[in-house]
Write a protein that binds this ligand. Structure first.
Ligand code: PFF
Length: 456
């Protein structure tokens, strides 16, 4: 075992370090909390029948998501490089092979593909800031709000423009580096988002249909559960926690030696899951109160929440604030999606951060037009999972991320020697033992079972 470098865990990263443990938690939370929680979780829970899906999702988060996240952070901190170089380095150091770099490589590609559609939806939230300010939602009924959404996404130029603005903002932050500004933004955004979600929840509780919403989300009807929905739940756990593609590994590379990985993971997972559930609880009562259909797809949030704001006192202000915060949340996630690719280009090809950000960002922007057009010009062009947008979404969340997670846990649980992982996770107590069982057996076997059953 070539573990002579194990003592050399004090490598430093080329991109600087987080200023504190809190800064790391905030950055990872900023990456985790995003459109996945507020836009995607409710709409896919709706499409997959609610209750049973939510239960499977929660099981995936705890039994698979947590050990994968811990593995990613510990690998990232030990390697202290971009995910491709880290996997290569540790692969060799642990006596296996440099080919493990392909896991990092797949993550780089997944991040680029995910951001190509993520930025388009983030663009919708920017456009909704403008709509909210204009007051179009005041007193609007479900038909008006529905028509607003359909007209907007039907206009490829408007969607393309907002996608362009969002990518521009993302490239700007990534070009400036990891530390500056980001921590401050997240410190404000997550609590503010939480407060607004609680306000919306208050509105939903008063809608008269809260019971229906709760029943939909929490009464499991296993008849509705297919292997495909289980795969979607697993994919969503990966997507929502930002794991399986090296983003968290890239953040872990900047983590100080003495920070507890378990504690940080628990904090992030709690915040991420809490916000998703809150979004579901705010949205489904509105769905039932307005006679909408839970499975109306990617437009669900944009067709329900404006209804609530439209009825509230101060609705213009709160709607605007909400969409600004959602755009912010998307922004801090987008940064995480670009980080592996940018860090790789910087280290591997000696580019400056600014050059790398513009190159990768430009590529993502161009790819994004596949998704821009999926809601209008190419809406009827369907193959495999549906439109171009549907295919990129399905392929990345449901195959690339789980496969990445599988390989990451196999690497941390089986390839890395016990000393290395115990060193990073701080000793060999009960938490370490639990992680090891989850990372070696539960997570990889669970992922395999779901993948195999869903494709056959
Ligand atoms: N977790 C983000 C969300 O829920 O919106 C999406 C995401 C961000 C996935 C960063 C992956 C990632 F690296």
């Amino acid at each position: 075992m070539q573990n002579d470098q194990a003592g050399d865990a004090k490598r430093t990263s080329l991109h600087g370090h987080w200023s504190s443990r809190m800064a790391f938690i905030l950055a990872v939370t900023g990456s985790a909390v995003g459109l996945g929680n507020i836009w995607k979780f409710p709409y896919i829970a709706g499409q997959n029948g609610g209750g049973a899906f939510v239960l499977v999702y929660l099981i995936c988060v705890v039994a698979i998501g947590m050990p994968v996240m811990m593995s990613e952070i510990l690998i990232g901190r030990r390697g202290r490089r971009n995910p491709v170089a880290t996997m290569e380095l540790l692969g060799k150091e642990e006596g296996s092979s440099g080919h493990w770099r392909w896991v990092g490589g797949m993550g780089v590609i997944a991040g680029i593909l995910i951001l190509s559609y993520y930025s388009v939806v983030a663009g919708w939230t920017l456009a909704y800031v403008v709509k909210s300010v204009s007051g179009v939602f005041v007193g609007a009924n479900a038909d008006v709000v529905g028509a607003q959404f359909a007209d907007f996404v039907g206009n490829w130029k408007a969607v393309g423009l907002s996608h362009t603005v969002f990518m521009g903002l993302t490239i700007f932050v990534v070009a400036r580096g990891v530390e500056r500004g980001l921590e401050q933004a997240v410190k404000f955004m997550v609590p503010a988002l939480l407060i607004l979600m609680l306000m919306l929840l208050g509105y939903s509780i008063n809608s008269g249909y809260f019971g229906e919403g709760v029943a939909f989300l929490f009464t499991p009807d296993f008849e509705k559960l297919t292997w495909n929905s289980v795969l979607v739940a697993l994919g969503q756990a990966f997507f929502s926690l930002s794991i399986g593609m090296g983003a968290i590994m890239a953040y872990g590379a900047y983590l100080p030696e003495d920070t507890s990985i378990t504690g940080a993971t628990a904090a992030v997972v709690t915040a991420d899951t809490g916000i998703a559930i809150l979004a579901g609880l705010a949205i489904f009562p509105l769905v039932f109160a307005n006679g909408l259909s839970p499975d109306s797809g990617p437009g669900l949030v944009f067709q329900t929440l404006p209804l609530a704001f439209g009825q509230m006192a101060g609705g213009v202000f709160f709607a605007t604030l909400f969409f600004v915060l959602l755009a912010f949340a998307a922004w801090t996630s987008a940064i995480g999606l670009m980080e592996p690719a940018v860090a790789w280009l910087v280290e591997h090809y000696n580019r400056t951060r600014a050059q790398a950000s513009v190159m990768i960002g430009g590529l993502i922007w161009a790819l994004g037009f596949g998704s821009v057009l999926s809601f209008n010009v190419l809406a009827e062009t369907k193959f495999l999972a549906g439109t171009i947008f549907d295919n990129i979404e399905y392929l990345t969340s449901n195959f690339m991320l789980p496969l990445g997670g599988l390989l990451i846990t196999v690497f941390a649980g089986w390839v890395m020697c016990r000393n290395s992982t115990a060193d990073e996770l701080g000793g060999s107590g009960a938490t370490y033992k639990a992680w090891r069982v989850l990372a070696r057996f539960v997570a990889p076997i669970g992922i395999l079972i779901v993948l195999i059953n869903a494709v056959t």
